[in-house]
Design a protein. Structure first.
Length: 520
């Protein structure tokens, strides 16, 4: 069929049913590139943005956070020439390769040095960013541990631009600190002592940065659980459950443990599980993100110790009272090495990130409770992908993976950042399946997750391949429309393609729609 005229209409007000992006995520990555030619015969394979150096030399990444607008907050430590470690925050706008601001988190005094790994970064109220940093010593040396190591946990509150709003509030003094979460207006973080005879501990501080007087942590008795005989705490994680309970996971270097506790009842244990020959961390004392909770449920990621720290990964779905479903394998094989992290985006898409021996950052994704997985590898632009990674996703699926550097200041090595792209589901609906020759047809659709102003292309299938016949931009709701005026009798197939958005989405296309053109 020959087209005599084609025009575009505004996408405003034209909304079709949106399908979660996770429905398309298990398919192979597809892309037509950022700019499409009149006829595109290329296979739809996307190329990710290459990772790039960021921050200061000899830095170790700790945490990363991605705001809804795509701005990333990257927390890391860097040693000075005399071996003194300080904490920094890089504020990185979406799609940028240079920090718009690098913020030093000043210590309490000249005697305070942060650990190799600051602990966590979270969103506070009104767009602020809370950072928890653990120090080796404090201003008065009155609460150092028996082995003479660090004493204090400090909280800093930053504005969305990365400037310090409130800094250096002393909020905790826990050993072997694990990860933290925002919960009921508080920041909670979990730990265990060098020996677990005192049980787990949870400490809290208001998330608004008011920095109250230091309060003692709450101890969770483990009597009657398999973990009661555990001797070590090698990092841990916690998430909030829909019923208001907390789920806490950790390991002793050999076995993994999970307890469900009720915060409103003095953190009473209401359920527990033990996993033999499984661990949640990559190496001794490294905090991990082994739990993920969201739209598709709560999941636990564990590593088999039968093959050392490069053992197979298994995914477990939470059921009730601290218990989980049977394991489902994550296809990491023996290439898994170093940190392994589990994340869940706003559409419930599960993602597992890990480094490989081949200097590749691997991403496994699943939208089927771990029954099936798709794989995407991000080759490193520099040698030796770190064993220390800090991935983050936001509710729209946009994300980054922050990779450590290691070495010394003299090595001049900086940590790296790898933007993580996600898939969109693109719909296309014809206003009518059949039209008369000379009449116009309307095609509407939507991309989700969406990006306001994203390039949307309408393509027609021809004997030479898919030909681009019109372009438009997505609305703030992700919707779009095209008006097609027919010119000959016949059947034509159409698809809509959402083009790449730097640092955000892969390019994806809609299902093919057939339009029948009859005689007048």
């Amino acid at each position: 069929m020959r087209w005599t005229k084609l025009a575009t209409l505004s996408a405003a007000g034209l909304l079709c049913a949106m399908v979660p992006a996770a429905t398309a995520a298990a398919t192979a990555p597809r892309s037509v590139g950022r700019v499409l030619g009149a006829v595109d015969r290329r296979p739809l394979i996307a190329s990710p943005i290459a990772n790039f150096g960021i921050g200061k030399a000899a830095a170790s990444p700790v945490s990363s956070l991605v705001a809804p607008n795509g701005t990333s907050y990257l927390v890391y430590t860097a040693e000075t020439k005399v071996g003194f470690a300080s904490a920094y925050v890089c504020t990185l706008p979406r799609g940028a390769a240079v920090c718009s601001r690098t913020t030093l988190l000043p210590p309490l005094d000249s005697h305070t040095s942060v650990r190799d790994l600051p602990d966590s970064v979270l969103f506070g109220p009104n767009g602020t960013v809370d950072v928890l940093v653990t120090t080796f010593s404090d201003a008065n040396n009155d609460d150092m541990t028996t082995d003479g190591l660090r004493a204090d946990t400090l909280e800093y509150v930053l504005n969305p631009s990365g400037t310090i709003n409130t800094g250096a509030g002393r909020v905790g003094s826990l050993d072997n600190q694990g990860d933290s979460i925002s919960y009921d207006g508080q920041i909670l973080w979990v730990t265990g002592t060098a020996s677990m005879t005192d049980g787990l501990q949870v400490q809290e501080t208001p998330s608004d940065g008011t920095f109250p007087d230091l309060s003692p942590p709450v101890t969770i008795p483990l009597a009657g659980t398999p973990a009661a005989h555990e001797f070590y705490f090698y990092g841990g994680d916690l998430v909030a459950l829909p019923n208001g309970d907390l789920l806490i996971a950790w390991d002793d270097g050999t076995n993994a443990y999970v307890v469900e506790v009720n915060p409103s009842n003095k953190f009473k244990v209401v359920g527990d599980s033990e996993f033999k020959k499984k661990v949640t961390v990559s190496s001794e004392n490294d905090p991990t993100a082994c739990l993920a909770s969201g739209r598709s449920g709560t999941y636990l990621l564990l590593r088999s110790t039968t093959d050392g720290f490069s053992g197979a990964l298994s995914l477990y779905k939470y059921t009730r009272s601290g218990h989980f479903s049977a394991a489902r394998a994550v296809p990491s094989t023996s290439s898994d090495y170093g940190d392994t992290k589990l994340l869940q985006d706003g559409d419930g898409l599960l993602s597992v990130y890990f480094a490989t021996f081949a200097d590749v950052l691997a991403q496994e994704t699943s939208n089927s409770d771990g029954r099936s997985w798709s794989t995407f590898d991000y080759p490193s632009a520099t040698p030796e992908v770190t064993t220390d990674i800090a991935p983050a996703l936001n509710a729209f699926g946009a994300g980054v993976v922050f990779e450590g550097a290691g070495g010394t200041v003299g090595d001049g090595i900086r940590p790296r950042l790898q933007p993580v792209w996600v898939h969109q589901f693109v719909s296309l609906v014809l206003g009518a399946a059949t039209v008369k020759v000379g009449m116009s047809a309307t095609a509407t659709g939507a991309a989700t997750p969406h990006d306001s102003g994203q390039l949307i292309v309408l393509q027609e299938e021809t004997p030479r391949g898919w030909a681009t016949v019109a372009t438009t931009s997505a609305s703030s709701a992700g919707t779009f429309s095209f008006k097609i005026r027919t010119g000959a009798v016949g059947t034509e197939d159409y698809r809509a393609v959402a083009a790449d958005v730097k640092g955000w989405f892969f390019t994806d296309d809609s299902p093919t729609r057939a339009l029948e053109v009859d005689k007048a």
